[in-house]
Design a protein around this ligand. Structure first.
Ligand code: ZN
Length: 462
């Protein structure tokens, strides 16, 4: 019998012989590949392969499939669910050398790109050609478009333009057995049976590895306005959402902050908060359209009591200052010991959910500190628990808090993941949001496309 150590050694030799310098072993593997932004326990993979072409990805997968070796696809390692974290026996495959915008088609308003290209590069190329790639979030300079697609990334522009899924027209994917699937469609209308690209978008690298994509581009932004409002309650936020849309404004962001979030964030900043009086709910909104339409809508909202106070940014500097309050989330890892929730709920029920979750958690953990904000136009709530407020911030307590919150999400018919994905972080809770029949179909699909289970094992499913 051959020992697993010897088997590893033989396999790595074959890998080196076949792929040469693109294979890194042992100490050569950079620690940046060991974990992602979730801060999951870092882990060194058996090897890191930096493929520069689709064909190299294909030959690597063919070999790993023959030898039943687990493969973990990696992009910019900015994921928030642990989907790219390797295991000690895995071959990590980095797409970081498969980069570049191949072309921009101005007539079709599309862009063709390789998977390892950063989101920032895609946005810049779109802008240079007189367009806009509207998906945006903080990790833009580091995250890669392949990872964005594999995790169906969201962000605050989703309210107008949809998730990453909605921008993808075509894909090139390498299957577990090394076959290259050419789905590089560039047309908006294409009704030819199963739209296979959707199987790979949001699949977190469990069904195939995305190597190229055709993306839709949006026209550049028109005249936009940024404003902050104080509201009397949550239903007023939903009413205002309807009012602004009804006024013919295109909403680019609709970010609702509960008082707990707003007060904490303003406390972290110098100077007076932009709204001087206290309100139960705050809204940061970015809207495109005529200033007169916005002013009329805000005036009637103030008259009806839906809005108690409002401040409109008069310059980009002022707009940035308003955004800084909402972007306090970027400081959470430094200033709190955050337990982050990224959940979706029917929009009208989010206010009640926040109250129920707070009541339920406070009953069991009396001193617990909770802060809430959400992209509520997308039904997305980010509830955060500060681990520092717990008597004992242990893995067990965190798991218990997660179990309570996700059970409540299930009761509300919500989703345990709005925009971050499942990865390792939420796989134990998937059943709260996905019905058993749907889970069965997901497992059948996995078995059909990856019968040996080599692609990102342990992710998504428990
Ligand atoms: Zn978000």
């Amino acid at each position: 019998m051959i020992s697993s150590h010897t088997a590893d050694h033989l396999f790595l030799k074959t890998l080196k012989d076949m792929l040469g310098d693109s294979v890194l072993l042992g100490e050569e593997i950079p620690t940046s590949c060991f974990s992602d932004w979730t801060g999951h326990a870092p882990c060194r993979p058996l090897a890191l392969v930096r493929s520069a072409t689709t064909e190299e990805v294909a030959s690597l997968l063919r070999l790993c499939n023959e030898h039943r070796r687990p493969v973990v696809p990696q992009g910019g390692m900015t994921g928030l669910a642990g989907a790219a974290v390797p295991s000690t026996d895995s071959i990590a495959i980095s797409l970081g050398r498969l980069t570049g915008v191949e072309s921009v088609d101005g007539d079709a308003a599309t862009l063709t790109v390789r998977a390892g290209t950063t989101l920032q590069t895609v946005q810049d190329a779109a802008e240079e050609a007189g367009f806009r790639y509207p998906v945006d979030f903080g990790a833009r300079g580091t995250c890669q478009i392949g990872g964005n697609i594999a995790t169906n990334a969201g962000g605050h522009g989703v309210i107008r333009h949809g998730m990453t899924r909605d921008q993808v027209l075509g894909l090139e994917v390498v299957l577990a057995d090394g076959r290259i699937l050419d789905l590089m469609n560039g047309m908006i209308k294409n009704n030819t049976g199963y739209d296979l690209k959707h199987c790979f978008i949001g699949a977190e690298g469990t069904l195939g590895i995305i190597t190229r994509a055709v993306l839709r581009l949006a026209p550049p932004k028109g005249e936009t306005h940024t404003f902050l409002c104080g509201l009397p309650n949550y239903p007023a936020a939903v009413a205002l959402l309807h009012r602004l849309r009804g006024a013919g404004l295109a909403l680019e962001a609709f970010e609702v902050m509960w008082q707990d979030f707003y007060t904490m964030s303003c406390g972290w900043r110098d100077g007076q908060p932009p709204l001087h009086t206290s309100h139960p709910i705050y809204l940061l909104c970015e809207a495109e359209g005529a200033a007169s339409h916005l002013e009329a809508a805000l005036e009637s909202a103030l008259a009806s009591g839906e809005v108690e106070d409002a401040v409109l940014a008069g310059s980009t500097t002022q707009a940035r200052e308003l955004w800084a309050i909402r972007e306090a989330t970027g400081e959470f890892p430094l200033k709190l010991a955050p337990i982050n929730f990224d959940i979706s709920l029917p929009v009208a029920t989010i206010g009640a959910f926040v109250e129920d979750a707070s009541k339920m958690l406070t009953q069991r953990w009396p001193d617990i500190r909770i802060v809430n904000f959400g992209h509520i136009g997308d039904c997305n709530l980010h509830l955060t628990v500060d681990g520092q407020s717990l008597a004992e911030d242990t893995a067990e307590t965190r798991h218990a808090i997660e179990a309570e919150v996700y059970r409540l999400v299930g009761d509300y018919s919500g989703s345990i993941s709005a925009e971050h994905g499942i990865g390792l972080l939420k796989r134990d809770f998937l059943h709260h949001s996905v019905h058993p029949e749907a889970l069965d179909v997901m497992r059948s699909l996995k078995h059909t496309l990856d019968p040996n289970g080599i692609l990102n094992p342990g992710k998504l499913f428990g």
